[in-house]
Design a protein around this ligand. Sequence first.
Ligand code: HCA
Ligand code: CU
Length: 379
Amino acid sequence: MTFHPKLIDLTLREGEQSSLCDFSTQDKIHIAQLLSKLGVDIIEMTSPAVSPRSREDLEKVVALGLSSRIAAHVRCNLGDARAAIAAGVDAVHMFMASSKALRQHSHGMDVDEIVERAIEVAEMVRQEAPGVEIRFSCEDAFRTSAQDLLAIYRPLAQTGLFDRFGIADTVGTATPPKVRARVQEIKLALDCELGFHGHNDTGLAVANALAAVEGGATHIDTCVLGIGERNGITALEDLVACLYVDNPVAARSRFELSHLTELAGYLAQCMKVDIPFNHCIVGSSAFTHKAGVHTKAVLADPKAYEILDPADFGRERTVMMAHRLTGWNVMSERAQQLGLVLSKDLLQSAASKIKEMADRDSLSQQDVDHVLMTMVATA
Ligand code: HCA
Ligand code: CU
């Protein structure tokens, strides 16, 4: 299957809900510019009703005239939606909880009241800003019965007022088979654009996003480095990696892939954290090869152990050799780099020596180079 979901990046909304986030206006502008250069379709920002600076920042990002469209995430009420329109957004993303637990503790409305409210707000948006896209999302859709979800989505779809519906796994309870089935069921009933928003409480956010696409979702919500409430949502880098593996040519033409590294680095700096070393694409070890079996094959043909070409992402491949898992092929590569000529026997002895040394102590590249140079000198 080929995946072509549109990407909605939420770093400036869901991401702002991350415990370590406190974006300045400049941070938001810079992140929005990078997201747009990367090629995300929509950038969702915090509601202008949250605070005066949230409104000003939204207006400033709108004024940049980026190629990504700008959406505001708002509570489903007239005041919040009007504030979003006044800020000049391209899209209003409204949401309301649909599960029993959240209906009770969040807004206290029943299904019919949710429908009434969503229609009232959408009618106002259509009237006051006909060109603005309207999306309505059910929060906590995976702890809501399919019956209740359809009792909300179906009458809304029938009004023709909405451009898209969102299905949110707010608490990260879903699994890929559940997501695929649920999205498929809603897609069949509504036959319209559908977005998926998945939290990562059990580490399934990217798998769930792909399952949503398989089920018929047209849009996926992401955040840079997967940040968000608690431990966050589907990571932008993870999803782009999936799209790239599915169709590298399409991914290269659709995205300016090298901006992913810059985005992750900038965000990590804003949050005063390190990029997790093993994160997809942008982690420090994402393109590092270590064991002798791997390094031998990678030196012969990088595709042997790489499905992502680091060069496409502005990254470089690292082949490690100063450790006990090393092999003589990588010694040969290093000897060539240093302009040394050693026989296969000597390269194998060098590898054995490195293994012995590494069993006693941690080694550096200089230690390897020293062993190779000594081998040549004493040969
Ligand atoms: C939240 C809201 C939300 C909304 C998702 C959406 C969620 O709980 O903060 O608008 O589709 O996870 O339900 O992020
Ligand atoms: Cu969320």
